[in-house]
Every structure is written in C-alpha cells, then in structure tokens.
Ligand binder design. Structure first.
Ligand code: NGF
Length: 291
C-alpha cells in the first residue's frame, strides 16, 4: 500500500472559456506538479478543482484524466464527497477501480446535518470499497463542526484513516494530534503550514502549492528539522504571496500564474467569474514579484 503522508497539491480544474474541461491544460497542470513541483501527492476533485460545480460525468472524466496522466508517479487521493450520497458512493467505487490510493469526502453541507447523519454518510461511502478515507473537514465553508469525541467515533471505522484539517483552530489541531497519534492529519490552510507542522501534521494539501511548491517544501522541511526562524522567513514571503493571490481572486490567479509559466490552466467554471484585464495585469505583477 502506498504511503499517504506528504505534501499534496489540490489539483486545479482547467476549463475552456465555455466551461468545458480543458483536458490538455489539466494534463499540463498534473505533469507540472509531478515533474517540476515534485509533489508527493495530488488531491483530485476538491474545492480547488471547482468540483462542486461539476456534473457526475465531468467529475469522473477528471478522475480518469488525472490517473491516466499521473499513472503511478505520485500518490492520488480523490475527493468524492457530495450531498448526493448516492453520487459519492458511485464516485468512490469509480476511483477505487481506477486505482486511486485513497479517497476523501467533504462533510455533507448546506442542510444542517446532525452528527449521526454525518457518521452514516462516511460509513456508507466506505462500506463497499476497499480503500482508505480521509475526512475533509472545512467548517468555514460547510458550517459543519466535529468535536474530538465525534472524530473518535468516526475513526472507529478502520477504513477512515485521517482528516484534512482546513481550520485555523490550533487548539483543536493539538487536541486531535494528542488523541489520534496513529491517524493522518493533513493541514488544509497553506498560510498556516508552519504552525501546523510544529503541531505534528503528517502532510498538507493546498491550492497554492500548484505554484508555490518550492517554498511550501522549504517551510515543511525546515520546520520538521526544527529550523523555525528560517522556516518563518519563507512562510512570511509565502503569506505575502497568498494575500496578493486572495486579493486578486484565488483560483483564477493561481491559473494565471501557471499561464505565466506556459501552462494552459484555462478559466474558472461559472458562476466563478472570468478574467478582467485588471485581474490579468495584477497576476503578471504578482508573478514578477514572487517568481
Ligand atoms: O481553497 C480552499 C478553500 N482551501 C485550500 C485547501 O484547503 C483546499 C487552501 O489551499 C483543498 O485542498 C481542496 O479541497 O482543493 C486555500 O486555498 C489556501 O490556504 C488559501 O487560503 O478555501
């Protein structure tokens, strides 16, 4: 079984201006993450992949393209979560058949699901697949909070091996680390990679790693080597970059920065907005400033 620990790029979606999948661009982004960024893994079908705006067939096509391009060159984790549980089950089977190394699922969102419903959701997704599940915990977007005691109940299922922790609550992160030394914890906020690493995460999954992989690797390795002051210098530059990216529009700006490197990362999917001339010009400035 392949090691799941390490740094993952949350794979961007690549779309043509009409919203259809840009297969050539998607393949280029995947290769860039493998050959240039030297990532340990790719997180396919997450927020960064604009997954929640796609049809089931489009999600499947992206999972297929990613596996076809990456082959066994990198660890592949597929985000299959959806509030359509039947779709999640179908996607989980689909990616396991494709040979993905692990699955992940966002907590069910929009309706105010109780913990029993959340637990039923995860149990149902993993029931008929032989794979490892990483819970995607992102309460600021889903509104779903899970306590340490509730995580303990979810982790009773041995197929549920970890959590992608996209949360700024470091008290909770420390409690989780202490309570679950054998579970995998992946940090989800790139701007907090250093403190999350201090607290003993097993890896990280992020959107900005598509363009800022070298600095992310430095932060992760320097912190693990206890060179905190040096790591902090790199986190400072990284956070200046992330602040500029967020100001200009997160996923669109990352795509424009990749375009500066000759990668056809394309457009975002509607209703995310297209590129204004100002946004394009600002992305060029950001590129010059940081790369
Ligand atoms: O994009 C978001 C949502 N979060 C990502 C990451 O946690 C999402 C994070 O990298 C992810 O891994 C996925 O599912 O695709 C941020 O973009 C980054 O830290 C900048 O805030 O907000």
């Amino acid at each position: 079984m392949r090691e799941l620990k390490g740094l993952y790029s949350a794979l961007l979606g690549a779309f043509h201006e009409d919203g259809s999948i840009n297969e050539k661009g998607l393949r280029q982004i995947i290769r860039h993450n493998i050959d240039h960024n030297k990532m340990d893994g790719l997180y396919v079908g997450g927020s960064t992949g604009e997954n929640f705006m796609l049809s089931t067939d489009e999600k499947k096509r992206i999972f297929e393209i990613a596996k076809d391009e990456a082959k066994n060159d990198i660890t592949l984790m597929a985000q299959v979560g959806s509030i359509n549980l039947k779709e999640s089950v179908e996607l989980a089977k689909f990616v396991v058949d494709l040979g993905y190394d692990a699955i992940s699922a966002v907590t069910p969102f929009y309706y105010k699901f109780g913990f029993d419903e959340v637990r039923h959701y995860y149990e149902t997704i993993v029931a008929d697949v032989d794979t490892r599940m990483v819970i995607y915990f992102i309460p600021f977007l889903t509104g779903v909070n899970i306590s340490v005691d509730q995580f303990a109940k979810l982790f009773e299922n041995k197929k549920i091996v970890g959590v992608k922790f996209t949360q700024g609550d470091f008290y909770l992160l420390e409690r989780m680390r202490k309570a679950f030394p054998d579970k995998l914890i992946f940090a989800g906020f790139d701007e907090m990679l250093l403190p999350a690493t201090v607290l003993g995460i097993d890896g990280a999954i992020g959107s900005t790693y598509n363009v800022n992989a070298a600095r992310a690797r430095q932060i992760y390795e320097l912190t693990r080597a206890n060179k905190i002051a040096e790591a902090l210098e790199v986190q400072h530059v990284t956070n200046d970059l992330i602040t500029d990216i967020l100001d200009n529009g997160l996923y669109g700006t990352i795509k424009l920065l990749l375009a500066e490197q000759g990668i056809e990362a394309g457009y975002c999917r509607e209703p995310m907005k297209g590129y204004t001339p100002e946004m394009r010009a600002r992305a060029k400035e950001i590129y010059k400033k940081y790369f």
